[in-house]
Ligand binder design. Structure first.
Ligand SMILES: [Zn+2]
Ligand SMILES: [Zn+2]
Length: 388
């Protein structure tokens, strides 16, 4: 079967895929509460003759065994929605107040089910056995990926792949890169504690406000003076809270911020150096300090072999000229990173935007939507990975 035939078959499923995506779109569920979603997926998989099993939370895995294939590839879709009120005026708008699939995980589930439908009818031609992984709780750290992996989702698996729709990329385009594709997104919080007093007699107090200001300035030197110019990082202080009124020196100042990195040693270095700087500035001002560095998801680091496979598969579906393998790393986080720490493979962005039709709202926007023509393209690319 040539790739044109595969794509034609995927396109013949367009109405079925759109219907599935719309059904899921109307019944969004938050992280770790994907009960109806999971039941719906289990029904659909059963209809294809597959036997899904629950591994962790509402997550499902189902195998399609190749009679003569070598090895097994895993394909993963995430299941959860976001706490957002959808503002789209569409017939299949979310029926669940305050919850909506504004990251397009409904699209990912429909693509993976469509891939299952294509592959279940082609077992004898599969080059690899396949494991379908439907993962709960991608949006809420600590996330569902690690729970699934700890319960055996990758046992017997040799390679692992996943996609994310991308509305800033036109439908028909695919983008990825070897190495880091998303950031590690960590939260820093600090408290500087002194001794409050009358604002007219500052010498009798220990004022945390000048220290907080000094600290914010000092922190900006870390990326410039501690991180190699060949590496990227962001340190942003996003909230400072202290004091109550004009004539009182407050007891303490609280600072909150974010750190984004793409490389584990840089992340470790910044965790350490920020801590040392907080301690140093506090000591210089005679203050006590507290410091917390809370880790979000690790950065997705794509394997070169996986990116080559994705580029070939995607190129055969959308044309090599529509596949970018030099995608700039994104500063959002994704817990597919944990799958790629265990097995080779890759994560890629599937164009789902259509500027002319006004489908270009970003992920997590209340007006986010996808061009559903991305559904058969995603199916054909994932199916190609299993068949080649
Ligand atoms: Zn999201
Ligand atoms: Zn997402």
């Amino acid at each position: 079967m040539s790739n044109n035939e595969l794509l034609a078959e995927a396109r013949s499923l367009q109405d079925w895929l759109s219907g599935l995506r719309r059904t899921l779109h109307m019944m969004p569920e938050l992280s770790l509460r994907e009960y109806k979603t999971s039941a719906h997926l289990a029904d659909e998989l059963g209809r294809l003759g597959l036997k899904p099993s629950k591994l962790w939370g509402e997550g499902l895995v189902a195998d399609i065994d190749a009679p003569k294939g070598a090895g097994r590839i895993a394909l993963r879709a995430d299941m959860d929605a976001l706490p957002i009120q959808e503002l789209n005026e569409i017939p299949f708008r979310s029926r669940h107040d305050g919850v909506a699939h504004m990251c397009g995980h409904d699209t990912h589930m429909a693509i993976l089910l469509g891939t299952a439908k294509m592959l279940a009818g082609k077992r004898e031609r599969l080059r690899h056995s396949v494991r379908l992984i439907f993962q709960p709780a991608e949006e809420t750290p600590p996330g569902g990926a690690r729970g699934l992996i700890q319960n055996g989702a990758l046992e017997g698996v040799d390679e692992v792949y996943a996609l994310h729709n991308q509305p800033s990329l036109e439908v028909g385009k695919v983008s990825t890169c070897a190495g880091p594709l998303t950031a590690a997104a960590d939260t820093i919080s600090m408290r500087l504690t002194g001794r409050g007093g009358h604002a007219s007699r500052p010498h009798e107090s220990l004022d945390p406000i000048p220290a907080a200001c000094a600290l914010v300035g000092q922190l900006q030197t870390l990326v410039a003076r501690r991180v190699s110019p060949a590496q990227q990082a962001v340190v942003s202080i996003t909230r400072i809270q202290s004091g109550t009124t004009h004539n009182i020196i407050p007891d303490h100042a609280d600072l909150l911020g974010t750190v984004r990195t793409f490389d584990a040693p840089v992340r470790d270095l910044l965790e350490r150096e920020i801590g040392a700087m907080v301690a140093g500035v506090a000591a210089a001002h005679g203050l006590e300090h507290e410091y917390r560095f809370e880790r979000g998801y690790d950065s997705i680091v794509n394997h070169e072999s996986g990116v080559r496979r994705v580029a070939e598969a995607a190129g055969s579906v959308v044309g090599a000229e529509n596949v970018n393998t030099k995608q700039e790393p994104a500063t959002w986080g994704e817990d597919f990173s944990y799958f790629l720490q265990q097995r080779p493979g890759a994560f890629f962005l599937l164009g789902s935007g259509n500027r002319r039709e006004g489908i270009c709202e970003p992920l997590h926007s209340a007006r986010f939507n996808v061009d559903e023509r991305c559904l058969p393209l995603g199916v054909a690319i994932l199916a190609t990975l299993a068949l080649s």
